[in-house]
Structure formats: C-alpha cells, structure tokens
Design a protein around this ligand. Structure first.
Ligand SMILES: CC(C)(COP(=O)(O)OP(=O)(O)OC[C@H]1O[C@@H](n2cnc3c(N)ncnc32)[C@H](O)[C@@H]1OP(=O)(O)O)[C@@H](O)C(=O)NCCC(=O)NCCS
Length: 142
C-alpha cells in the first residue's frame, strides 16, 4: 500500500511495540519486556521492522540475521489492518534485508496450532518442514 512505511524500530519505540504485540501478536516470548526489545535494537538496529500507516503502528516483524541463518519472528499485524498486504510488505522488506546481508533462506517459527497464520506464510512462499522439533533450554529466569 502506498501509505505504508516500513522502518527499523528505534529504542524509544519499545513501549509501543510491546503494547502492539499484546494486541496483535500470537503468544508471548521470554524476551517480551523493555530490556528485551532494547537489547535486540542495540544488538542489531535494523532487525526489528515496523510498519506505520499515517503514523500509527500497524505491523511488525523481527528479521534477525546472525551470519548464518535468517530468522523471522513476531510477524504481527493490527487486527484492524489485516488482509491489506501489511504482512506481505513486511516479509518483502525482511527478505530484502536478508539478501543484502548474504542470507540464503528465510526461517520462521510458526506454531502448528496457529493455523490462521499459515496462509500468510504460504502466500509469501514459506513451507513447513516436518522433520524438525524445536529444542530449547532456558538460560535465565528472564
Ligand atoms: C498472520 C498475519 C500476520 C497476516 O497479516 P496480514 O497483513 O493480514 O496478511 P496479508 O494481508 O499480507 O496477506 C497476504 C496473503 O496471505 C494470505 N492470507 C493472509 N491472512 C489470511 C487469512 N486470514 N485467511 C486466508 N488467507 C490469508 C492471503 O493469500 C493474502 O493475500 P490476499 O489478501 O491478497 O488474498 C495476521 O493475521 C496476524 O497478525 N495474525 C496474528 C499474529 C500471528 O499469528 N502472527 C504470525 C505468527 S507465526
């Protein structure tokens, strides 16, 4: 959409982003606090991409590249702004960033039970790989 602006988040965006995720995102993460968002922006100032329309935050995606893998997290669109191409535009911006950095494949964590999100990922060209499970270990209380 012509009035949609994709931009990297700044540190001052953290409270608004956290409020936006509570409204629009699926689930929560161990890093969902101001320190977590600030650390992400400090570590990689281009990773958290926000979509604004008329100055209002309508979408987000984290496009993290660690030199090896292109990680996509927190794809979320405001409930009032869905089916208007916001997620598609965010994923295109994320993929352009990955390509510019030498990334080769987008890699998204998508909950099996979050079936309502699957069509958006498929429409953007992503396919599930059924041979993997996520293996995790908490490293800190927060
Ligand atoms: C999933 C989500 C990010 C999609 O955002 P969106 O901006 O509405 O998606 P888009 O408008 O860019 O959709 C692009 C294409 O995906 C497909 N699509 C998206 N949502 C769909 C739906 N609910 N049903 C069917 N197809 C859908 C369509 O092909 C669509 O193209 P079209 O509208 O021209 O038919 C949004 O629904 C959302 O924030 N959901 C809650 C959070 C979430 O689950 N995030 C994903 C975590 S893995």
């Amino acid at each position: 959409m012509s009035d949609l602006r994709i931009r990297p988040a700044a540190r001052g965006d953290a409270p608004a982003v956290l409020a936006f995720w509570r409204l629009a995102a699926q689930g929560t993460s161990i890093s969902d606090d101001e320190a977590g968002v600030a650390r992400l922006i400090e570590r990689d100032p281009e990773a958290l991409l926000l979509a604004d329309r008329d100055g209002v935050l309508v979408g987000s995606v984290i496009a993290g590249f660690d030199g090896w893998r292109c990680h996509l997290y927190r794809l979320a669109v405001h409930p009032d702004a869905r089916r208007q191409g916001v997620a598609r535009t965010l994923l295109e911006a994320a993929e352009q960033r990955f390509l510019a950095l030498g990334g080769r494949r987008g890699d998204a964590m998508v909950l099996e039970r979050n079936a309502s999100a699957h069509p958006a990922w498929r429409a953007a060209g992503y396919e599930p790989e059924h041979q993997w499970r996520r293996w995790t270990k908490p490293l800190a209380d927060r």
